[in-house]
Design a protein around this ligand. Structure first.
Ligand code: ATP
Ligand code: GAR
Ligand code: MG
Length: 387
C-alpha cells in the first residue's frame, strides 16, 4: 500500500510490537493522523499502552501467541519496536500477507549482531572494525588474543548495552564471559570486536518510503556502559566524513530495504567512518529530534511506513539527556522541579510502571546550540529525581 492518493487515516491500523518510550512517541504521531494503534508488550502499562486504542500483554518470544494476536487484530502494518520478538512469528505473518516494517528479513538481520555484521562487512563491503564470533570461554580467550586488548564483548542478541563489556586484559575474561551469559536476549554466541578508539560516534537517522531516502542531521552521542545518556544534533563533522556516513547509511538501508526510519550507528575517526550497527526503527539517541525537527524521527517513521513524503525542517541545534531511575519501585514517581520549565526545554516522562536503578524513565530535551543545549540538558537531569 503506497499512498499516492489521499491517506484514509481512519482505515489504517498499526500494531506496535514493543511499547516502550520510542513506541509511545510513534503511537502519539499515529493518533495525530487518526490511525488506529494497537500496542503490544511483555508487561502491562508499558508507555505506548497508555496512548493506544487497544493494548495487549504477550510473551513476545512466543511465536504462536504473537501470531494469534496479529491474526486477531489484522493490522495493516506491524512495527517492531524492540529486538527480542519471535522472528518466526514475523516471517509467518509476512508469508500470510501482513506488512512487517521494514520487512521480516531486515528485522531478522538487525536483531542479531552476527547477521547484520556479516551482511554489512562481508556482503556489502562496508568498513567495520575487526570482529570474531565465539561460543565458548576458550574461543573467547583465543579471539581476544588475536584481536588484541582492549576489545568489546557482546551477546549476539542484546540492546541498550545489556551483557556488554570492555576487556582491557586477560584478567577481564571471566567477568566479561559471565556478564554476557547472564544478559537477557540470546547469548548462545558472542561477538568480540576490536575496540575502536573513535573521535566521536553518531547516529545517522535515515528514512525511506519506497521512492525517496532522507537523512537527518547527524546526531552525536555519549554512551555509558553501552547505553545512551546524552545526544545532540547536529554533530559537527568534516564534509568528507559526513558524505561517507551518508553513503554507508544509504548502502545499509537500501540493502535492508522496506519502508521506515533506521538509526545507523557509526564510529568516526578523523575522516574514517566505521559501521557499527543499525536499528530498523526509531533510535533512542534520536529523541533529540522531538525538539530539533518539524517532523521528529517518530513522525518520519510513520510517514515512511505510510509511503508519505518525507520532507521536514531542521529547526537548529538541540540536545537530549536520559534520566535513569535511582530507585526500585512498583509505582515510580518522577519529580521534575518547576524551575526546569522554560522556553526552550522540557522533560518527557515515559510513565513506566516499574523502575529499577538504571532503567530509563524520562528524557530532557533542550533547543539551543548543541554545546549549550547539552550543558543544560545535563543540569536538568541532575535536578530530576525519582522514588
Ligand atoms: N567496537 C567498539 N569499540 C568502541 N566502542 C564500542 C564498540 N562497540 C560498542 N562500543 C560502544 O558501546 C556502545 C553500545 O554498543 P552497541 O550499539 O553495539 O550496543 P547495543 O546494546 O546494541 O546498544 P543499543 O541497543 O542502545 O544501540 C556504542 O555506541 C559505543 O559507544
Ligand atoms: N536502545 C534501545 C531502546 O532504547 N529501546 C527503547 O527502550 C524500551 C525498553 O525499555 P525498558 O528496558 O526500560 O523496558 C523499548 O521498548 C524501546 O522503546
Ligand atoms: Mg547501539
Amino acid at each position: 500500500m503506497l499512498f499516492t492518493a489521499p491517506l484514509k487515516s481512519n482505515s489504517v491500523r498499526i500494531m506496535l510490537l514493543g511499547s516502550g518510550e520510542l513506541g509511545k512517541e510513534v503511537a502519539i504521531e499515529a493518533q495525530r493522523l487518526g490511525i488506529e494503534v494497537i500496542a503490544v508488550d511483555r508487561y502491562e502499562g508499558a508507555p505506548a499502552h497508555l496512548v493506544a486504542h487497544r493494548s495487549h500483554v504477550v510473551n513476545m518470544q512466543d511465536t504462536e501467541a504473537v501470531l494469534e494476536l496479529i491474526r486477531s487484530e489484522m493490522p495493516d502494518f506491524i512495527l517492531p519496536e524492540i529486538e527480542a520478538i519471535s522472528i518466526d512469528a514475523l516471517f509467518k505473518a509476512e508469508a500470510e500477507g501482513f506488512h512487517v516494517i521494514p520487512n521480516a528479513e531486515a528485522v531478522n538481520k538487525t536483531m542479531n549482531r552476527k547477521n547484520i555484521r556479516k551482511f554489512a562487512a562481508e556482503e556489502l563491503g562496508l568498513k567495520t572494525g575487526p570482529y570474531e564470533f565465539v561460543k565458548t570461554r576458550e574461543e573467547l580467550e583465543a579471539a581476544a588474543g588475536r584481536l588484541g586488548y582492549p576489545c568489546v564483548v557482546k551477546p549476539v542478541m542484546s540492546s541498550s548495552g545489556h551483557g556488554q563489556s570492555v576487556m582491557k586484559s586477560e584478567a577481564d575474561l571471566d567477568r566479561s564471559w559471565e556478564m554476557a551469559k547472564e544478559a537477557r536476549g540470546d547469548a548462545s554466541e558472542l561477538i568480540v570486536e576490536a575496540f575502536i578508539a573513535f573521535d566521536y560516534e553518531i547516529t545517522m537517522l535515515t528514512a525511506r518510503n519506497g521512492f525517496e531516502t532522507v537523512f537527518c542531521e547527524p546526531i552525536g552521542h555519549i554512551q555509558r556502559d553501552g547505553d545512551y545518556v546524552f545526544s545532540w544534533q547536529p554533530m559537527q563533522m568534516s564534509d568528507v566524513a559526513k558524505e561517507r556516513a551518508q553513503a554507508i547509511a544509504k548502502a545499509i538501508t537500501d540493502g535492508l530495504g522496506g519502508r521506515g526510519i533506521f538509526g545507523v550507528e557509526l564510529f568516526i575517526q578523523g575522516d574514517e567512518v566505521y559501521f557499527s550497527e543499525v536499528s530498523p526503527r526509531p533510535h533512542d539517541t534520536g529523541m533529540v529530534t522531538l525538539i530539533t525537527q518539524s517532523q521528529s524521527e517518530f513522525a518520519l517513521h510513520l510517514r515512511a511506513v505510510l509511503g508519505l513524503p518525507l520532507g521536514f525542517t531542521f529547526y537548529g541545534g538541540g540536545a537530549s539527556a536520559a534520566y535513569k531511575a535511582t530507585a526500585e519501585s512498583f509505582a515510580p514517581v518522577v519529580d521534575v522541579d518547576d524551575t526546569l520549565f522554560d522556553d526552550n526545554s522540557y522533560v518527557r516522562v515515559f510513565g513506566k510502571p516499574e523502575s529499577h536503578p538504571g532503567r530509563r524513565l524520562a528524557v530532557a530535551l533542550v533547543y539551543d546550540e548543541p554545546e549549550a543545549a547539552l550543558a543544560k540538558a545535563r543540569t536538568i537531569i541532575e535536578k530530576v529525581s525519582d522514588h
